[in-house]
Design a protein around this ligand. Structure first.
Ligand code: G6P
Length: 594
């Protein structure tokens, strides 16, 4: 979703901001813009485009600049066009603003303060620029005008503001949308995502909510919204710039699919000492004092939650419910007993989850975040954190985060249980089985070509296989745009089977002994009605004619392997159709608006 990068310092701000914006492309965007100080004209220029950063870059004819701010926009208020792209300028032209987030009361603010003004965009952001100008016209100095504006805003914002009369200064502000300050000895970089700080900065600080910052090239000062200086501590940046490169792979998605065995091994290194689980016993004791777990998540992370629910129930005997975060935040179910909350989020920035967290904290509940980004908002604000150690996930379609989330939650479930099997050995076996499945990844191209030639498709399964079917369907629709449903196979005949016609692709997932024959019967029912079918089956349950085989593993951990072919099916389906695999249409990697 929207991205922000700003830089002031001795290096070339134009290159740093453009590179930073490119690093944020993975989050999804539809237009881009930049404002740079031009030494020739001694003024700021502003360039915006509908479309990609490459197009923006071509339009910039300044070679060097000491100060620049840039933005990638994922439309929330108003169409995708150049007028609505950021930065936005105030009515006198003095202030230039980029903004992530949503201002809920912008219409009201327009009516109260800016009724006589003419706006050039449909965005809520332009109101922020205009308000600052309005308060300056009422004779407030710029910093006081920005603070007054911030105090009036309801909603979320990460903001950078340029005052054209102060060429050596950037203002920043943050509430509910992430914003990080990075520092090196050659300047200050500000960005909405850690990825964009690299390789410019070596230290960073994540801004708290309701903060305002003044930034000069060698120092910055953080204030609260009353203008009182706030203390802060810089942290070293613990991320490798190379890990966000594609390497030998054509797409980040394919690279990330292939990284899964290594991620599982890394998780084993981080969470085991010999055969003992390395999890804080005080943390485990706290969880054990509760009698029901509620998992909150969105998208793929929610699907990982569905698998984790089974593990927490089967292994640890903890009744567990899984909720869609955007539903839970505003339609909270009746909670009884002593509920414990686990938020699963790859990015740790999903706004729907932040809304849940605010609500839960208000009611003094204990919350754990399971995330890939230790420095993220949800990690910082929860009571406990488990890191999934998947490394940066750049492709919008999540793959390695899903399996890493399941692996880490399997370790947690095991640590909460009295199980005595060798989980470490089981997970290492899975990493090796993933390797062997991935060796044959190119075999999926012809399978996809012969199977997926319809506009729709079904994945079916029962129990854990149903949980994987939901993720498999999401993956396929996200990047190949084939309308795909993940379905509980027994439920098909209660209505949905009416959709089956000649050659409708139906893929069955079969990894559980107790339901294998039932799922097969359901597959036969659709086959009799013309469906083109494929079974993905664990070796020990194989029947004649079934060729897509998955190595056997602990059945409770089978989703870690069953999902691999479905990720490859999605990848090759999008490849065959020629779609933008890593940046599918309309989607964002990190969804920072509700
Ligand atoms: C977006 C992404 C999905 C992701 C979901 C939840 O929709 O496109 O891939 O599963 O957000 O994100 P999170 O970072 O909270 O796991």
């Amino acid at each position: 979703m929207c991205g922000i990068v700003g830089y002031i310092g001795e290096k070339n701000a134009k290159d740093i901001v453009l590179n930073g914006l490119k690093k944020l492309e993975y989050r999804g965007y539809d237009s881009a813009g930049m404002s740079l100080w031009d030494n020739k004209t001694s003024d700021h220029t502003l360039i915006k485009v509908k479309g990609r950063i490459d197009a923006l870059e071509k339009r910039i004819d300044i070679k060097e600049s000491p100060l620049a701010i840039g933005h990638t926009r994922w439309a929330t208020h108003g169409k995708v066009n150049q007028e609505n792209a950021h930065p936005h300028t105030s009515f006198s032209g003095r202030f230039i603003v980029v903004h992530n987030g949503v201002i809920d009361n912008y219409k009201q603010l327009k009516k109260t303060y800016l009724n006589d003004k003419t706006f050039t965009s449909e965005t809520d952001t332009e109101v922020i620029a205009f308000l600052i100008d309005y308060f300056v016209s009422e004779s407030l100095p710029a910093d006081k005008a920005i603070l007054k504006t911030l105090r009036l805003l309801e909603g979320s914002y990460a903001l950078l503001v340029i005052d054209r009369t102060q060429p050596d200064l950037i203002y920043a502000a943050k509430h509910k949308s992430p914003l990080l300050m990075g520092k090196s000895n050659q300047g200050i970089i500000i960005a909405s995502d850690m990825m964009a700080l690299l390789p410019t900065a070596d230290q960073y600080v994540a801004l708290e909510d309701e903060t305002f910052v003044t930034i000069h090239q060698d120092a910055f000062t953080i204030f609260d919204l009353n203008g009182t200086v706030q203390p802060y501590q810089m942290q070293p940046i613990d991320m490798d710039d190379m890990s966000s490169e594609k390497g030998a792979f054509d797409h980040f998605m394919l690279k990330e699919i292939h990284e899964q065995p290594a991620v599982i091994r890394k998780i084993l290194n981080k969470y085991f000492e010999k055969n003992d689980v390395l999890l804080d016993t005080a943390m485990l004791d706290t969880i054990k004092k509760h009698d029901r777990i509620h998992i909150l998540a969105a998208g793929t992370s929610m699907h990982a939650g569905l698998v984790a629910k089974k593990l927490l129930e089967q292994w640890a005997g903890m009744p567990t419910e899984v909720h869609i975060a955007s539903e839970f935040a505003y339609d909270m179910p009746l909670l009884n007993g002593k509920p414990f909350f686990i938020m699963i989020s790859q990015s740790g920035e999903t706004a729907d989850l932040r809304a849940c967290l605010m609500r839960l904290k208000k009611d003094h509940h204990t919350v754990m975040t399971v995330t890939n980004v230790r420095t993220s908002t949800l990690a910082r604000e929860a009571d406990m954190v488990l890191t999934i150690h998947a490394g940066p996930e750049i492709a919008v379609a999540s793959t390695k985060a899903y399996t890493a989330q399941i692996a880490v939650l399997a370790i947690l479930s095991y640590a909460l249980s009295h199980q005595s099997f060798d989980l470490k050995a089981e997970l290492s076996k899975i990493a090796s089985a993933m390797d062997s499945l991935l060796e044959k990844h190119e075999d999926f191209k012809p399978i996809v070509e012969s199977l997926l030639n319809k506009r729709h498709c079904f994945y079916i399964g029962r129990g854990l296989d149903y949980a994987v079917a939901l993720e498999a369907a999401l993956k396929l629709k996200e990047i190949s745009y084939i309308q795909t449903e993940g379905f509980a196979s027994g439920e098909l005949k209660h209505g949905t089977i009416a959709l089956i016609e000649e050659d409708t692709p139906v893929i069955a997932l079969i990894s559980q002994n107790s339901t294998a024959s039932l799922t097969r019967s359901n597959l036969n029912e659709v086959k009799s009605r013309g469906a083109k079918t494929l079974s993905i089956v664990v070796e020990s349950l194989r029947e004649n004619g079934e060729t897509m085989l998955i190595p056997d593993a602990n059945p409770s951990l089978a989703p870690l392997l069953m999902v691999i072919p479905t990720q490859l099916i999605a990848y090759y389906a999008a490849l065959v159709k020629g779609y933008d695999i890593d940046k599918p249409r309309n989607l964002a990697k990190s969804v920072t608006v509700e």
